[in-house]
Design a protein around this ligand. Sequence first.
Ligand code: SAM
Length: 262
Amino acid sequence: MTKPSASDSQAAKPRARLYVEADLSADAQLALDKDQSHYLRSVLRAQEGQTVGLFNGRDGQWLAEIQTIGKQAVTLRAVAQTRAQEAAASIWLCFAPLKKDTTNFAVEKASEAGASRIWPVLTRFTNSERVKLERLQAVAKEAAEQCERLSLPHVEAPRRLDQLLADWPQDRPLIACAESGSQRVALLSALAELAPEGLPSSGLGLLVGPEGGFHADELALLQRLPFVTCVSLGQRILRAETAVAVALGGLQLYLEARQPPQ
Ligand code: SAM
């Protein structure tokens, strides 16, 4: 039986798309971790010879063939690169952790909408300071696998708002979604000002507050900082997790419209 060539195996739709740490190149051999092996073996009941899509954030996307389905691990052989690596847009999403499910939702939407770093930020009215980083990173990874991005957002350890702002790179504009306050501009107007040609080389940051909103002192601080632009997301008061999705969605659509024609 001849080994399926890349084109033959491309005919068989990959059974899954997985993020791996390993380097990816032609004929690279790799073993999946326990969870990924269990997923292919026991959930998808994948077979030897079938294919999966792999990405690692460095080498683009690869088609890999399942070599062995062992009790401990599933091993794969990288067969062909199907997408070249693209530079990930440098977008940092900073948001006040919410209740468990809504924090998961916010991280999942941030990952789907292209955030490169996700910063939980502790503000005066943040109602849940405990953040399970491992779980949030797993949520981000699963969303990255599903939405076919080629990079994995990094979930950072929680920072207090004043610390985050004190250490913020001055050349990276920070767009703060402010549910009130006089000096707000519409998100798209702010983007037209800050990113007229598309994402600035310094990248951008987005900040969303907690369910209880920003404290008046926090809003006053944000309005004083030269690298911060306070924006409105419209007349209605959005739930924090909705604001994450709307703000990142607005940014993605704005940037998409400035992409050079394909
Ligand atoms: N407790 C606040 C109030 O009643 O005014 C609402 C806070 S809102 C649930 C949570 C966060 O979402 C806000 O801190 C802000 O970052 C963002 N947000 C919600 N609606 C917004 C809007 N219309 N414009 C800008 N940001 C908004």
